[in-house]
Ligand binder design. Structure first.
Ligand SMILES: Cc1cc2nc3c(=O)[nH]c(=O)nc-3n(C[C@H](O)[C@H](O)[C@H](O)COP(=O)(O)OP(=O)(O)OC[C@H]3O[C@@H](n4cnc5c(N)ncnc54)[C@H](O)[C@@H]3O)c2cc1C
Length: 261
């Protein structure tokens, strides 16, 4: 029986700052007063973006760089200016790792087109044998009885083929070499649909995230990836409100105030 699944996003890792090491550095160049404004127990990834930006101009406090006589004190205002002036390399220091769970190979094919600033580890269907075909049906499809009947019949047949083929190749018999299992499993996956649910760890920096959230929630983007990147956008707005606060969300489309920072 076809297993209906929902795509899910887990934010599993974010940057962590070392207060003492920041202090050691700032003692050398000056600017400890900047660090003292932060709560050492509540450092956020945004503090890293601010730190990287201030390092560029030595603007931790006025006077460290004789050219700098005034500084923005407020972090939100400081980061807004980073976005407005497209000083985007600062955002590349902030990487976040997501597990995209129960997403299709339709989604993963599209996602891998985004190249700079990402790292990917995707579930291998050469190694991981399909014993069923987990599948996401959008709500509108679920409401169409005839469509669901025909679609699930087809998926059930594919599932049955996977189980038959594993038995036919004797993959669970004692002593079958892993290389053989891998070879046959890779052959068998060719008979799974592109919509089969799988997963990956996807890590991206904030500069990349800003582009990908915009591109993949755009009205013309694919339905599943729009859903997933809408969720990624929500998570990032919670994590870094100043760095994702410029988006306007209209019917699921995330349009940034500043593009291509
Ligand atoms: C709605 C939609 C429909 C699409 N349809 C198709 C389709 O039919 N067929 C298809 O093949 N693809 C399609 N794509 C994929 C699209 O062409 C891009 O490959 C994908 O969106 C990756 O985005 P990007 O090229 O901006 O690069 P990313 O890898 O996300 O890079 C971000 C930015 O970095 C810069 N950059 C990255 N790499 C380079 C480089 N090598 N040289 C110069 N600058 C670079 C560019 O400014 C780029 O925009 C579609 C994408 C969308 C959003």
């Amino acid at each position: 029986m076809t297993r209906h699944v929902e795509p899910e996003v887990f934010l599993v890792a974010r940057p962590e700052l070392d207060f003492d090491e920041l202090g050691r550095y700032l003692e050398d160049v000056g600017g400890l007063s900047w660090l003292e404004r932060l709560d050492r127990d509540q450092l956020t990834p945004q503090d890293l973006a601010e730190f990287a930006g201030r390092l560029c101009y030595r603007s931790f406090e006025p006077g460290l760089n004789p050219n700098v006589t005034r500084i923005r004190q407020d972090q939100d205002a400081y980061l807004r200016n980073i976005l407005a002036s497209a000083h985007g390399s600062v955002l590349e220091h902030l990487s976040f790792s997501f597990v995209l769970h129960n997403v299709s190979r339709v989604l993963t094919h599209e996602l891998v087109r985004h190249r700079p600033g990402v790292a990917i580890s995707q579930e291998s269907l050469r190694y991981v044998r399909l014993s069923d075909i987990p599948f996401w049906f959008p709500e509108w499809a679920r409401e169409d009885a005839e469509l669901m009947k025909r679609a699930t019949e087809m998926l059930d047949r594919m599932e049955e083929f996977q189980i038959w083929a594993a038995d036919h190749f004797g993959l669970d018999e004692p002593g079958v070499e892993f290389a053989v299992k891998k070879h046959r499993t890779s052959f068998m996956r060719r008979f799974a649909p592109e919509g089969v649910a799988t997963g990956l760890v996807w890590t991206a920096n904030v500069r990349t995230l800003r582009n990908v959230i915009e591109a993949r929630t755009a009205p013309g983007a694919e339905e599943e990836i729009r859903l997933v990147f809408g969720r990624v956008g929500e998570l990032m707005r919670e994590e870094c409100p100043a760095l994702f606060g410029d988006y306007t969300v209209t019917d699921g489309a995330w349009a940034p105030g500043w593009r291509k920072v």
